[in-house]
Design a protein around this ligand. Structure first.
Ligand SMILES: *[C@@H]1O[C@H](CO)[C@@H](O)[C@H](O)[C@H]1NC(C)=O
Ligand SMILES: *[C@@H]1O[C@H](CO)[C@@H](O)[C@H](O)[C@H]1NC(C)=O
Ligand SMILES: *[C@@H]1O[C@H](CO)[C@@H](O)[C@H](O)[C@H]1NC(C)=O
Ligand SMILES: *[C@@H]1O[C@H](CO)[C@@H](O)[C@H](O)[C@H]1NC(C)=O
Ligand SMILES: *[C@@H]1O[C@H](CO)[C@@H](O)[C@H](O)[C@H]1NC(C)=O
Ligand SMILES: *[C@@H]1O[C@H](CO)[C@@H](O)[C@H](O)[C@H]1NC(C)=O
Ligand SMILES: *[C@@H]1O[C@H](CO)[C@@H](O)[C@H](O)[C@H]1NC(C)=O
Ligand SMILES: *[C@@H]1O[C@H](CO)[C@@H](O)[C@H](O)[C@H]1NC(C)=O
Ligand SMILES: *[C@@H]1O[C@H](CO)[C@@H](O)[C@H](O)[C@H]1NC(C)=O
Ligand SMILES: *[C@@H]1O[C@H](CO)[C@@H](O)[C@H](O)[C@H]1NC(C)=O
Ligand SMILES: *[C@@H]1O[C@H](CO)[C@@H](O)[C@H](O)[C@H]1NC(C)=O
Ligand SMILES: *[C@@H]1O[C@H](CO)[C@@H](O)[C@H](O)[C@H]1NC(C)=O
Length: 392
């Protein structure tokens, strides 16, 4: 273990879930979807998340202060921010709102022109932080479950498991009670995500709906959606390299590259942020065995959730520790365990999971048995034994 109080952190990798949004429908047989839109509530929440991260990581008096990071005026070389883009704006705009809270406007950003005039950026010193937006068509990395044939096979397999069948029969009374509130959308367990999302979004935004829906139905919807989504984005057939966890397996290479880069003296990036949806959290807590030690971190993380992989330096080696904040209801991070440990060395973390990573488009095509869509037609699969019949 590291004495973080005196050492401070070397760097941090964050995965953040977007804020409150409009409805988000997912095809229950493919999980193909189009993003919704961030609401004003969502932008306030993300701004608050940014402020929370600011007080945790940018405040020199915080035990989690990142050594040498610029506290008030952003040094854009110290940040790497990435967001899943496309369809609606919910994730990309969440990243911007988070950054506004992380580095709020500062009069210290003013500067002096050659002729002596002092210029303050708009809005009292607004700070513009570049965000790399990744579109669906550019790379599968942040939307790797979509158009993934083997993932669809996984869905068909997961819905036959004892846990799934048990939950779907437990849900029957709920599904019957909720029907009058669904305005005709299917009230079967297969559609559980969409039922939950429909109710949750309306309960937040529609006064009539809010006044009429018995609150217990919202809680039950969440309960069953949690079970449903846990089974969807984890994999019981194979362990850490199951296609059910593809959502995180395509993000791990970036996480490892960011953490490894942070150990290199010439490296400038100290905070790497990826803004995304909820799936990666579920898969991450499964592949790192976090749920074994904290059985509550199961199911869908709330809007505005954040996972931190904190890198610190012990005398002669680097340690990684994982923390999680489940949306606005959690006031602070909670410590999670990586394979049963509060912290493990960076090489050990990489060694545990490297073999599961999917780090190129070609390897994604192979892992998904996708030969045409999303850039896969560029590769020649004729010689590949995996794609011509091996099990997913
Ligand atoms: C899946 O969704 C994406 C983005 O929303 C879209 O571009 C793509 O065409 C969809 N694929 C199918 C098979 O519908
Ligand atoms: C100084 O330069 C800026 C930018 O060109 C210009 O807007 C401003 O009027 C100049 N001020 C003086 C006093 O010349
Ligand atoms: C399970 O998935 C398969 C394939 O998508 C589908 O045909 C079947 O209806 C699903 N069964 C249930 C109970 O959802
Ligand atoms: C079925 O679900 C109930 C209620 O969630 C749970 O108590 C029970 O352990 C489950 N049984 C199995 C076999 O999963
Ligand atoms: C269950 O809901 C899905 C999604 O709306 C729908 O495609 C399917 O037909 C429904 N199944 C039954 C048996 O009603
Ligand atoms: C709000 O909910 C009520 C009751 O479900 C529905 O009749 C109405 O159309 C909804 N309003 C909007 C703007 O969606
Ligand atoms: C990961 O998910 C699978 C399938 O839901 C489950 O069987 C397994 O126990 C989970 N692993 C952990 C560590 O929770
Ligand atoms: C890691 O550093 C290399 C070399 O500077 C750079 O090309 C790469 O983009 C970096 N990766 C990440 C995720 O920061
Ligand atoms: C997050 O909190 C919600 C309740 O607000 C809970 O239903 C869910 O299981 C939690 N998710 C995780 C991953 O801890
Ligand atoms: C993680 O959990 C799985 C079972 O869910 C177990 O087989 C594996 O040994 C665990 N790995 C570590 C490193 O704890
Ligand atoms: C992909 O991952 C494998 C295994 O982790 C690694 O050996 C390889 O160098 C990586 N390839 C790229 C292009 O990053
Ligand atoms: C993989 O896809 C090819 C067609 O693209 C198909 O012939 C083959 O059966 C698939 N393999 C499996 C295991 O589904």
């Amino acid at each position: 273990m590291v004495n973080a109080t005196t050492a401070g952190l070397v760097g941090v990798v964050l995965l953040a879930r977007h804020g409150d949004r409009t409805e988000y429908n997912q095809d229950p047989y493919t999980y193909n979807s189009t993003q919704g839109y961030l609401t004003p509530l969502g932008s306030v929440q993300q701004f608050e998340l940014g402020s929370f991260l600011r007080s945790t990581y940018l405040n020199p008096d915080s035990p989690s202060y990142i050594q040498g990071i610029s506290a008030d005026v952003v040094d854009i070389d110290q940040l790497f921010v990435r967001a899943d883009s496309g369809g609606g704006n919910v994730i990309l705009d969440s990243a911007y709102a988070l950054l506004q809270g992380l580095y709020p406007p500062s009069p210290q950003t003013s500067f002096t022109l050659a002729n002596g005039t002092v210029v303050v950026p708009p809005l009292g010193g607004y700070q513009y932080v570049p965000v790399e937006s990744l579109e669906f068509w550019q790379a599968p990395s942040l939307t790797s479950w979509m158009d993934c044939n083997y993932f669809q096979l996984h869905l068909a397999r997961a819905n036959q498991t004892a846990e799934y069948l048990n939950a779907s029969s437990q849900a029957l009374p709920f599904l019957e009670s909720v029907r009058p509130y669904l305005n005709g959308i299917s009230n079967n367990f297969t559609n559980m995500w969409n039922i939950y999302d429909y109710i949750n979004v309306r309960y937040t935004h529609n006064k009539t709906f809010y006044e009429n829906l018995p609150e217990t139905l919202l809680y039950q919807a969440r309960h069953f959606a949690n079970i449903h989504q846990e089974l969807t984005f984890t994999d019981g057939v194979q362990l850490q390299n199951g296609i059910g966890q593809i959502a995180i397996r395509t993000v791990l290479p970036e996480i490892f590259a960011s953490l490894t880069n942070m150990t290199v003296p010439e490296n400038k990036v100290k905070l790497a942020i990826t803004e995304l949806d909820y799936k990666q959290f579920i898969s991450l807590f499964n592949v790192t065995n976090a749920t074994t030690y904290d059985p509550e971190v199961v199911g869908i993380p709330d809007y505005n959730s954040v996972v931190a992989l904190e890198l610190s330096k012990d005398t002669d080696h680097y340690e990684v520790s994982m923390k999680f904040k489940n949306g606005t209801n959690d006031k602070d991070f909670r410590q999670l365990k990586l394979f049963g440990n509060t912290s493990i060395t960076l090489p050990e973390l990489i060694q545990q999971l490297d073999w599961t990573t999917v780090n190129t488009t070609m390897s994604w095509c192979f892992s998904c048995n996708q030969t045409t869509l999303r850039g896969c037609s560029a590769y020649n699969f004729s010689q590949d034994p995996f794609i011509s019949g091996d099990r997913p």
